[in-house]
Design a protein around this ligand. Structure first.
Ligand SMILES: C[S@@+](CC[C@H](N)C(=O)[O-])C[C@H]1O[C@@H](n2cnc3c(N)ncnc32)[C@H](O)[C@@H]1O
Length: 312
């Protein structure tokens, strides 16, 4: 049994990296560490004495972060005794929708790996999305547009949160036909939701008029869209002067059932965030110029939330 309870994190990373290099995906590694519940209000790295042995304390947050950083999923630890647990990591496969160069149906349709992702059950997404909806005062916006809605996860939360939901008029757009069909099924009883299978590149031609709230999550960075031009056009043509906007970019990758922190860029085998920061910064500057108050929030998804200063 590998005992790592006296090692510093630096040494643990070196040890586990070597072990994992010899493992295949789905194999499990186990090692003994201090039971994080043995004490409270204690920062990681604190030395404590257990039966005269000097051991190093570390909480579950650090073990989950480490599992992801090493390309693993943390499994439920097993108790050794009241002071120690057997930490268990499973090596992840490289099964990810990011790897696919497929067409839009294969990439985002109801049979795709992407369709198995449900962001509304990810705390690192949902907490910040609901916070953004509160910040824009959701119930005060009558017409809501969602660009790249896929099967409608974002509208599910709006339906839960908006006290005046039936008075709102919601329009969702996606060019993936099977995803839009799934969204239509989900909201078949909601007459106030319109779901259109259409290309965002031809938004103006849809003549949808102005919206009070425009949402787009994980979509505007798509390679088929000209981000800067599109954002400016949406703000100028689709967003009401006193409206609000919630944009979000993934700062994560979806791999083998896990949401792993950190945006990925082509040609890098580690997380690299230059494009993310560039796009977020462009949105912030542009919306500020157009008289919006802008905040940047989030974690695994980065949210740009804009509210009109004209409203005050
Ligand atoms: C990464 S997914 C995000 C979906 C959803 N907002 C979410 O976060 O789960 C991007 C979505 O944008 C759609 N999309 C990409 N480019 C588009 C375009 N030019 N017109 C319409 N939809 C597009 C894709 O079909 C896909 O459903």
């Amino acid at each position: 049994m590998m005992k790592l309870h006296t090692l510093h994190l630096f040494e643990i990373i070196e040890t586990l990296t070597k072990v994992l290099n010899c493992k295949k995906p789905k194999e499990i590694i186990e090692f003994v560490v201090v039971n994080p519940d043995i004490t409270t209000s204690t920062y990681n790295g604190t030395h404590i004495k257990i039966a005269d042995e000097d051991v190093i304390y570390r909480g579950y947050k650090s073990w989950i972060d480490l599992a992801h950083a090493l390309g693993c999923r943390m499994l439920t630890p097993k108790p050794v005794d009241e002071n120690f647990i057997l930490m268990r990591y499973e090596k992840l496969t490289q099964d990810s929708f990011h790897a696919s160069n497929a067409d839009k149906e294969d990439k985002y349709g109801t049979e795709s790996i992407f369709s198995q992702i449900y962001k509304n059950e990810e705390a690192g997404f949902l907490h910040y999305f609901t916070q953004a909806l509160q910040n824009v005062k959701l119930s005060s916006h009558r017409r809501i547009l969602n660009l790249g809605i896929n099967s409608g996860d974002e509208f599910e939360i709006i339906k839960e949160m908006a006290k005046n939901f039936s008075e709102l008029e919601l329009v969702g757009i996606d060019y993936c036909a099977s995803a839009i069909e799934a969204a239509k099924e989900k909201f078949e009883k909601d007459d106030n939701i319109e779901l259109l299978c259409a290309d965002i590149n031809h938004l103006k031609e849809l003549n949808l008029g102005e919206f009070d709230l425009i949402i787009s999550i994980g979509t505007l960075q798509s390679s088929n869209l000209e981000y800067n031009k599109l954002l400016m056009s949406i703000v100028q043509n689709q967003l009401s002067k006193r409206g609000a906007m919630i944009l979000a970019w993934p700062n994560c990758r979806w791999i083998d059932g896990e949401m792993i922190y950190g945006a990925k860029m082509k040609n890098y085998n580690f997380s690299e965030m230059s494009n993310l920061y560039k796009d977020v910064n462009f949105a912030k500057k542009y919306l500020q110029q157009k008289k919006f108050r802008v905040t940047i929030t989030g974690k695994d998804y980065i949210f740009v939330t804009a509210t009109s200063i004209l409203k005050d």
